[in-house]
Design a binder for this molecule. Structure first.
Ligand SMILES: Cc1cc2nc3c(=O)[nH]c(=O)nc-3n(C[C@H](O)[C@H](O)[C@H](O)COP(=O)(O)OP(=O)(O)OC[C@H]3O[C@@H](n4cnc5c(N)ncnc54)[C@H](O)[C@@H]3O)c2cc1C
Length: 387
């Protein structure tokens, strides 16, 4: 009797775990090598939350990936036995009707997604936690929400372990794509029929020839807040806020399901080292983020700062995901920048479908880069799952 094909995965962030999920569903015997505990607070996948939304500027490819992404999450919720998504809707505001907001509105409309345009006054009256200062254009979209990231990563790791996936705590120091082999810090080696490298912001250092300088690690700062008592009820029903400006702007994640309110910005620092650097944010780093939020959050002086921390993105300049073969037996998953989490399960399922089909493998790379529709068969696992 033929034995099951084997897969070795480097990294137990959401990408490595999702690839493991997809491959295990297809009958692979899967081993994951991860240097830290899972969930890993040093990883890009782990804090309380990540956002899922259709608004994607002019990037129609990623906008169109969101419905399959929701279908893949539904499949995962079924496997996990719980739903770790809180619907909030999306409020996008900007100083101008052009740029990212205008592109999003046009791209959404072209595909028939309903958004409600709002004036600055309507923003402030419908959502009194926000001010109308400087708003030149705004829209609300009912679909979109918060993925409870840390709980998802923990739940997925437990699910995989229950299905026989081994998560080994070890540090890989070298990747040999041709032999689908990892060399470990203790001198040992691990090999499989297929190797998937999902090393997050560590990847450019580990695979410089394949990724650097196309993908770079980027230190990003976020601040956790507690709203003042008079605004807590409104925040409990608030949409995610995307407050966009010429130089990037900021986002706010509502305090859902017992999590804190989180704010961060969308400028890429393109500096730092995921391995060597502290995840503590300095007061100056936190202040840069708070300065974005101050004009937008009403009564900002009453918000309590709960903490500030840094995380690392693996930034690809065009924010395009890199899922590419490094050899016939090795795939890299990288370049997820600040928007990969929402797509992890659908990418894991697609990678698994492509793992044993050369034609699908050729179609996986441009689709993951947001530049092509999914080839027939790439999303076969989602057939029959309502989006
Ligand atoms: C603050 C923040 C906010 C974000 N917000 C959103 C959002 O709202 N919506 C969204 O869709 N996306 C968002 N993202 C992006 C998304 O979270 C990331 O793209 C995604 O989590 C990347 O997952 P990953 O598995 O590739 O990386 P990671 O989670 O970093 O996992 C990589 C793992 O590989 C391990 N590893 C690396 N090198 C080695 C080695 N040599 N040996 C052993 N193990 C190794 C690491 O320890 C790590 O655990 C955000 C990211 C951050 C940081």
């Amino acid at each position: 009797m033929a034995s099951a094909p084997t897969a070795l995965i480097l990294g137990a962030g959401i990408m490595g775990l999702s690839a493991a999920w997809g491959l295990a569903r297809r009958g692979y015997a899967v081993r994951i090598v991860e240097q830290d505990a899972v969930p890993n607070p040093r990883g890009a996948s782990v804090d309380h939350h990540r956002l899922i939304r259709h608004a994607y500027g002019a990037q129609a490819g990623y906008m169109r990936m969101v419905d399959p992404a929701y279908a893949a999450w539904d499949m995962l919720w079924r496997d996990l036995g719980e739903v770790l998504h809180i619907p909030t809707g999306v409020l996008a505001v900007s100083g101008t009707a052009q740029g990212w907001l205008g592109d999003s509105r046009a791209t959404l409309a072209a595909d028939g997604h309903a958004v409600t345009d709002l004036t600055a006054q309507q923003v402030a009256s419908r959502f009194p936690i926000f001010t109308e200062a400087g708003i030149g254009a705004a829209f609300h979209m009912a679909t979109g929400g918060v993925l409870l990231a840390e709980r998802i990563v923990a739940g997925l790791a437990r699910l995989l372990a229950a299905h026989g996936v081994v998560i080994e705590r070890a540090r890989a120091v070298d990747v040999d794509p041709a032999r689908a082999t990892l060399r470990l810090a203790d001198g040992g080696e691990r090999s499989a029929d297929l190797l998937v490298v999902g090393a997050g912001p560590w990847a450019p250092r580990l695979l410089p020839a394949a990724l650097a300088p196309r993908v770079v690690a980027s230190r990003q700062v976020l601040v956790l807040l507690e709203p003042p008592p008079q605004h807590r009820e409104a925040w409990a029903r608030a949409p995610m806020l995307l407050d966009l400006a010429e130089d990037g702007g900021f986002y706010a994640v509502p305090p859902v399901a017992g999590t804190p309110l989180k704010i961060g910005d969308h400028r890429f620092s393109r500096t730092g080292d995921a391995e060597a650097d502290s995840r503590d944010a300095t007061a100056a780093e936190a202040e840069e983020i708070l300065a974005f939020a101050r004009p937008r959050l009403r009564d900002m002086a009453g918000y309590r700062i709960l903490g500030a921390r840094a995380c690392y993105y693996d930034v690809e300049d065009g924010e395009r995901f890199v899922i590419e073969p490094l050899s016939p037996r090795c795939l890299v998953m990288s370049g997820f920048t600040g928007h990969g989490f929402k797509f992890a399960p659908v990418l894991g399922l697609a990678l698994a479908a492509a793992s044993s089909d050369a034609a699908l493998l050729g179609a996986l790379t441009p689709w993951a880069a947001g530049q092509a529709a999914p080839a027939p068969g790439l999303l076969a696992a989602l057939e029959g799952i309502p989006a």
